[in-house]
Design a binder for this molecule. Structure first.
Ligand code: PLP
Length: 453
């Protein structure tokens, strides 16, 4: 552990030189930044020696937990053999080819080809460029519009922020990318209107049809959505929602795009969230759990319909990144997929640890006076914090941040999304660790309640 003087010097240097993402730097600098020093399994430690359960798996990404030697060794070995080479100009290398094949095998349907990038945001930009190019090649260059949802998160590049539906992100970077429309999110609990969850799911899905008809079916390129909205607060759609979305997309020949950056690689108990919710995307973005966050890598899995058109047209798709398919990141991702598969970790999320996690949350916290509703599946969950459980009245103060800070004080990394607390622990969490996580969360809820009651 660094001594107190070294810690202070580091804090000071961070305040003077480091601009943090999604951070109020003024507030951070007055409070002082927390340094995470090391991690193992589901735990992280800060430089003051505090141990925290990482209930967020980093940023929804460390699916295999920290300290997996196989991933470290895969990186080390690949570094020695070929630390870098690009995949432009008629070149490839073994890890990236093997990874493309592995992704084609685990993705559903005919998502047989893979384009690599480095982040979820880059994958989203890739998707936008690819589907627009596709429609031009099909002789329909007017099909350029994209439809997404309010409160969706698709990254923080200009295209990602434009496609996402978060007003606070969009207000800082305009003018936004044109040609993007939003429909409402399928948040049944947050929008009570007396109808059943199933009926609500159908109604919200049918807003897609209304939007398509409003802007003209022949102008729409694609609909994009996260199977479960993650950063929006873990908004779990009613079961009826995605099949209806798929029906509408097929009816109007609108491409269906799944943003699997959070749901992918086992979080919902299947390889991909689209499998859990019963729809087949034409194109899919993935990142985070692809390498368990050990190195940055993302990918777009492309269905035959789009890929065959791109290939048959000949000529270049003028898009790519210096680090598309980086060999070291690809080697780690490949090993990550092997471990998920060989250790049957996703099966356990579906049948054992996922249901256990969901049950414990409900058993221990379901009746807590602050907890209005718990939703989730597998190892992802969101808790709505309410002032009044009966009438679903929300607080007008930032209860999420208050509770998030109490979680930290209780030794749990959780995330606040407005009035919701969200969780997505590593998939390798044990039952005993789930119990510990839930106890720490209960302690944080009790303390938050004591402050606001
Ligand atoms: N799409 C979704 C659904 C995400 O949750 C995120 C990040 O959280 C992104 C895209 C952007 O990924 P990145 O931060 O790697 O650019």
């Amino acid at each position: 552990m660094p001594n107190a003087e070294a810690q202070l010097a580091m804090r000071d240097a961070d305040a003077r030189h480091h601009l943090h993402p999604f951070t109020d730097t003024q507030a951070l600098n007055s409070k002082g930044v927390r340094t995470i020093s090391h991690a193992q399994g589901i735990y992280v430690w800060d430089s003051e020696g505090n141990q925290l359960i990482d209930g967020m798996a980093g940023l929804w990404c460390v699916n295999l937990g920290y300290g997996r030697k196989e991933l470290i060794d895969a990186a080390h070995q690949q570094m020695q053999v070929l630390p870098y080479y690009n995949t432009f100009f008629q070149s490839t290398h073994a890890p990236v080819t093997a990874l493309a094949q592995a992704i084609a095998e685990i993705t559903p349907g005919d998502l047989n080809r893979v384009f690599f990038a480095n982040s979820g945001s880059e994958a989203i930009d890739t998707v936008i460029r690819m589907v627009r190019h596709y429609w031009t090649l099909k002789g329909k260059p007017y099909r350029k519009l994209l439809i997404a949802r309010e409160n969706a998160y698709h990254g923080s590049t200009l295209a990602g922020a434009s496609l996402g539906g978060m007003a606070h992100m969009q207000s800082q970077c305009g003018p936004l990318l044109p040609g993007i429309h939003h429909i409402r999110q399928p948040y049944w609990y947050g929008d009570p209107n007396g109808i059943s969850e199933d009926e609500f799911g159908l109604q919200r899905a049918r807003e897609l049809e209304e939007k398509i008809l409003e802007v003209g079916p022949d102008n729409v390129a694609a609909f994009i959505g996260e199977p479960i909205q993650g950063a929006g607060g873990v908004i779990v759609p009613p079961r009826t929602y995605w099949p209806e979305i798929q029906r509408i997309c097929r009816k109007y020949d609108v491409l269906l795009m799944a943003d699997e950056v959070i749901c992918g690689f086992g979080r919902t108990g299947q390889w991909f969230g689209s499998q859990t919710y019963g729809f087949q995307p034409d194109i899919m973005s993935m990142a985070k759990g692809l390498s368990s966050g050990y190195l940055p890598i993302s990918a777009v899995a492309v269905g035959d319909r789009i890929a065959d058109t791109l290939i048959a047209a000949g000529g270049e798709f003028t898009h790519g990144f210096t680090y598309s398919g980086h060999p070291v990141a690809a080697a780690v991702a490949l090993e990550n997929i092997r471990i998920l598969r060989d250790e049957r970790i996703i099966d356990a999320v579906a049948k054992d640890i996922g249901p256990y996690f969901q049950n414990r949350l409900r058993e221990v916290l379901g009746e807590h006076p602050l907890c209005g509703h718990i939703e989730g599946i597998g190892l992802i969950a969101g808790l709505a914090l309410v002032k009044d459980r009966q009438s679903r009245i929300f607080f007008d103060k930032d209860i999420g941040t208050l509770c998030r800070d109490e979680c930290t004080a209780s030794g749990l990394v959780a995330r606040a999304c407005g009035n919701r607390i969200v969780l997505s622990p590593p998939l390798v969490i044990s039952r005993a660790e789930v119990d510990e996580l839930v106890n720490r969360l209960r302690e944080a809820l009790d303390r938050t309640y004591a402050r606001v009651a």
